[in-house]
Design a protein around this ligand. Structure first.
Ligand SMILES: Nc1ncnc2c1ncn2[C@@H]1O[C@H](COP(=O)(O)OP(=O)(O)O)[C@@H](O)[C@H]1O
Ligand SMILES: O=C(O)C(=O)C[C@H](O)[C@H](O)COP(=O)(O)O
Length: 312
């Protein structure tokens, strides 16, 4: 595949996988890459009667209830959250260095490890416009199977793999099958290097552009998004390589870059669905990512000047 042809909407963008709370000491905030992604896609698209949706599982506990309330407060459906009563809602301990870069300690045996492929998820898979998934939620077999089923059923959708390699929770096999199932991939330099090694890509010792060309040759990818923190995002599609200006937002005290990647990925998906040129998409992705990196937490309200870029 060299290009994705968007349909005319209305669009449903699904964040599929871990739904959890990021814990910064005593402060706990909504998190999980698929949740962050869906919240931002919902903000960017809701003016056009489109939506971001979280497909995950929560425990039968106060954090599970809070997760439902937080999504509802953002005007989002909780219909695709199943309850797994025996285990807790997911949590992640986040530590942030002086530059605002996070490190994650992800709790095991939690509700999002047990996402079942229910009839309602099967319907969602058939009807959604885009689904974003990663490797972390595939660490346990129940969720791994459901994610694979979902992707196999989402034949007409943009299937975006935000690879998000976390701790020891990935294998070469999961990376390989995820890249096979995807038509768009988002990754950063460290992830590119780990993937190159694990999949024994011939291009793994070459400069980044050549490594990405190697990835494009090996997998059927319409777009590769390469994220570089404050240096901004680069998009690769066919022979095109597009980068853009990275805006400067005043960094708030206590700012952290948690969620910058997820929000940037949401902007990428929205831009592709709306059929925007790659140059406009990279501008939007850089703005959204830079804004989220300048504030505390992963799911802030986006400013009007960003929403206007998608035609609000
Ligand atoms: N400190 C920053 N200043 C400006 N833009 C940023 C900053 N951090 C992230 N971004 C934007 O967000 C995108 C994704 O952030 P990054 O932290 O690189 O994601 P990932 O989670 O994929 O490693 C970057 O490519 C860039 O566009
Ligand atoms: O789900 C995970 O993988 C987590 O570790 C929880 C975090 O909320 C997000 O992942 C943040 O993701 P970034 O946008 O890459 O900063």
């Amino acid at each position: 595949m060299s290009h994705f042809t968007p349909n005319s909407g209305p669009y449903t963008v699904v964040g599929l996988g871990e739904a959890l709370f990021d814990c910064f000491g005593e402060r706990t905030v909504l998190g999980g890459a698929p949740v962050n992604l869906a919240v931002h896609a919902n903000q960017l698209l809701c003016h056009a009667h489109c939506r971001g949706v979280v497909a995950s599982a929560i425990g039968s506990d106060p954090l599970g209830e809070r997760l439902q309330k937080e999504l509802a407060a953002r005007g989002m459906t909780t219909d695709y959250l199943t309850v797994v009563p025996e285990v807790p809602t997911g949590t992640v301990q986040v530590t942030v260095d002086v530059a605002g870069h996070p490190q994650y300690e992800i709790t095991e045996n939690v509700a999002w490890d047990g996402i079942e492929f229910t009839d309602s998820l099967a319907q969602l898979a058939k009807s959604c416009s885009a689904v974003c998934f990663g490797t972390l939620a595939q660490r346990a077999p129940i969720s791994r199977k459901s994610i694979q089923h979902f992707l196999a059923s989402a034949k007409n959708a943009l299937r975006v793999c935000d690879i998000n390699l976390r701790q020891q929770f990935f294998t070469a096999e999961v990376i390989e099958s995820s890249l096979q199932a995807a038509n768009v991939v988002k990754l950063n330099e460290e992830e590119l290097s780990v993937i190159g090694e694990l999949l024994k890509l011939e291009s793994r010792e070459l400069p980044v552009d050549d490594q990405i060309a190697g990835l494009q040759r090996r997998f059927d990818l319409s777009v590769v998004a390469f994220t570089r923190g404050e240096a901004g995002t680069v998009l690769y599609s066919g022979d095109e390589r597009v980068e853009g200006e990275v805006p400067k937002y005043l960094r708030q005290p206590q700012a952290d870059s948690v969620g910058a990647g997820d929000s940037c990925c949401a902007a990428l998906i929205v831009g592709l669905l709306l059929g925007k040129p790659l140059g406009e998409i990279v501008t939007l992705a850089n703005r959204v990512g830079a804004f989220v990196a300048s504030v505390q937490g992963a799911t802030p309200e986006l400013p009007a000047e960003i929403l206007e870029l998608v035609g609000r």
